[in-house]
Design a protein around this ligand. Structure first.
Ligand SMILES: [Zn+2]
Ligand SMILES: [Zn+2]
Length: 89
């Protein structure tokens, strides 16, 4: 026991972590650790099961798992809008 078993657990964790890295789209609920293949599914799960509010784009209503994802989307949307304005003239 002691050091040896801790080492084994560390090795297992490394294996699991590298498996997750190969499937970047796979999302896991941070509350109940249920896994989801689609972003839409985990967002629905967070809202329905954990009554968690998710960041939402005010322009198009698209929902995101993290605030930084929403900010990235809003920035892209704004760039597209600025682009469209430029092309009009
Ligand atoms: Zn959950
Ligand atoms: Zn949007």
């Amino acid at each position: 026991m002691g050091d040896a078993s801790r080492c084994l657990i560390g090795g297992e964790l490394n294996k699991i972590t590298s498996m997750i890295l190969f499937i970047p789209e796979r999302k896991q609920c941070e509350y109940c650790h249920e896994k989801f293949n689609k972003l839409d599914d985990i967002i629905e799960h967070l809202k329905n099961v954990h009554h968690q509010s998710v960041p939402k784009c005010h322009n198009c209503g698209k929902e995101f798992l993290h605030e930084k994802d929403r900010l990235h989307h809003v920035r892209e949307e704004n760039e597209r809008k600025a682009d469209a304005r430029r092309h009009k003239k």
